[in-house]
Design a protein around this ligand. Structure first.
Ligand code: HEM
Length: 507
């Protein structure tokens, strides 16, 4: 009797929970359909969705690079719409003026809540995650740590890890002059070592092949592989908060990795604070001037900047905020930089003539650890770096959502599907806007007819249209633009050029 009652109650619970979930799902779906029907995007031309669930998303994921986007632009013009999840409309525009408006009005065009949920799970609530006033506050305190002067002080770390990798690779030769090396995992290990030391004064020792990966390395691998998985439950959880209570193996692993990162991060933060305090007492100073601070790793600099007496109390970051930057820097600065170098090696392998020219320039440098000034004086190296980051941008796209109704100004008027010409794109609150980083970097309209070719010489004289690209660096979208542009772009560029020398110096 008692068992029957318990079973009955359990069944009721399961049924009512499932009904609540189905009702919530229907409501969310209804909300989407309603938004799609009333959004101005519905009048734009564009491809038909190929799946009711994924719209055109699977097509774009399986297409190589920005090929499908370029096809759409050829067919429908520079401004169009395509289908996202549950058949919703997304704006796609190659118009640099419209994109500039979106990027410079970062409070009106924020990351979608689903993206933020995933970011919070993987990297925590650091500068990649926060929006609005909180984002401005975090950037204000963090920007100096990524300034040119600070990054210069890190070059010996970049060089020492490059030399280490070169020496590891030297032992892998299969004959006197040849080797077959899968470079990507090695470059990934090297970047992890670099970001560990330069970011937090932490030694990952990833390049020491004989060591078993340390605790933080393992936690980071779990986080990183979780962020790469494309499966339906995590996607639904991002959309429907009610589903988040459903336990999963992935969630358990992420929770455990987060705990490890939190524990080690707290220790690193504690060490960074202790170092600042001891450097203060060594100087016998009573207060810290922001301008007079010197330090090396990013976390140390951030802690110093945050403790500076010329920053008002109410503008400082909490320990929790500072801690959230540890996984943020790891995830944002690790694979991106190693992918960029992998692409550079690939591009150079396909063009031995460019390789020879670059090698000749690098061999004019007398040492394998030159100063920044010596590096900056290498124009062909700079052109190769720019060209790789143009043609093979490691982050090919991103997305924003409109926080209010708006009109995006355009350079090129466009025609809607009813034949009406428009001089601005009408945006409704909640419309998703795709930012086509790679497609802009490879656009023939901007870069000329050889836009898809690897040609470092193009940087000697760029087409006029490139000056319209709203990127923070080099007329490129690679590091994005506006207040949410990549904070680590100088770090990554200097790491990138420092990497090339030890390899070429191996005469
Ligand atoms: C080639 C290397 C890199 C590329 C291509 C790259 C690209 C990008 C892009 C496209 C964004 C904007 C993402 C979005 O808002 O949707 C971004 C943001 C960011 N990146 Fe990088 N990044 C690189 C290296 C780094 C490094 C080395 C670090 C740190 C050490 C870093 C830290 C960040 C952070 C913290 C943000 C968030 C900035 C904000 O929202 O205010 N990145 N990066």
């Amino acid at each position: 009797m008692y068992r029957t009652m318990v079973t009955h109650i359990l069944w009721k619970l399961v049924l009512s929970t499932s009904s609540a979930l189905v009702a919530f799902g229907c409501w969310k779906l209804g909300e989407r359909v309603w938004h799609t029907l009333r959004s101005s995007l519905r009048t734009l031309p564009g491809p038909r969705g190929t799946s009711w669930l994924y719209g055109n998303l699977k097509d774009t994921f399986s297409a190589e690079n920005s090929v499908l986007h370029e096809q759409w632009v050829g067919q429908y013009g520079t401004t169009l719409k395509y289908k996202g999840l549950f058949f919703s409309d997304r704006l796609f525009t190659m118009d640099t003026r419209a994109l500039n408006h979106v990027l410079t009005h970062s409070s009106d065009y924020q990351k979608p809540s689903q993206v933020r949920y995933n970011l919070a799970r993987i990297v925590g609530e650091g500068v990649l995650f926060v929006e609005g006033a909180q984002h401005r506050q975090q950037r204000r305190i963090m920007n100096p740590a990524f300034g040119p002067a600070q990054i210069r002080t890190l070059t010996d770390i970049f060089f020492s890890k490059s030399i280490k990798l070169r020496d590891v690779w030297s032992t892998m030769t299969v004959s006197e002059h040849a080797a077959r090396i899968d470079v990507m995992p090695w470059l990934s290990k090297m970047t992890l070592d670099v970001i560990g030391l330069a970011g937090f004064n932490y030694e990952f020792n990833a390049l020491n092949a004989t060591d078993t990966p340390n605790e933080l390395n393992q936690a980071f691998s779990v986080m990183f592989s979780a962020s790469q998985q494309i499966s339906i439950l995590p996607k639904l959880k991002a959309w429907i908060p009610l589903l988040r209570w459903i336990p999963s193996d992935r969630d358990r692993k992420i929770d455990a990795a987060q705990n490890t990162m939190g524990r080690i991060g707290s220790q690193l933060l504690h060490n960074a604070k202790a170092a600042v305090i001891s450097s203060l007492s060594a100087k016998k100073g009573d207060f810290i001037e922001k301008s007079s601070l010197q330090g090396r790793d990013l976390l140390g600099l951030l802690v110093r900047a945050n403790m500076a007496t010329d920053i008002p109390e109410n503008q400082r970051l909490s320990d929790e905020d500072v801690l959230a930057q540890v996984p943020t820097f790891l995830v944002a600065g690790h694979e991106t930089t190693s992918m960029a170098t992998t692409w550079a090696l690939y591009a150079l392998c396909l063009r031995p003539d460019i390789q020879t020219k670059l090698r000749e320039e690098l061999l004019t440098v007398e040492t394998e650890t030159p100063s920044m000034d010596e590096l900056v004086a290498l124009p062909y190296l700079e052109a190769v770096v720019r060209e790789t980051l143009r043609l093979h941008a490691p982050v090919p796209s991103t997305i924003r959502i409109a926080m209010k109704d708006d009109i995006l100004p355009v350079d090129t008027p466009f025609t809607d599907k009813y034949g009406v010409v428009h001089n601005g794109i009408k945006i409704s609150k909640g419309d998703p806007i795709f930012i086509p980083i790679l497609a802009i970097n490879r656009s023939e309209a901007i870069w000329g007819t050889d836009a898809k070719e690897f040609n470092p010489d193009r940087w000697a004289s760029l087409p006029e249209a490139t000056s319209q690209v709203p990127g923070v660096w080099g007329h490129l979208m690679t590091f994005l633009g506006g207040p949410r542009a990549c904070i680590g772009y100088r770090f990554s560029l200097v790491e990138y050029v420092c990497r090339s020398l030890p390899f070429y110096f191996h005469r």
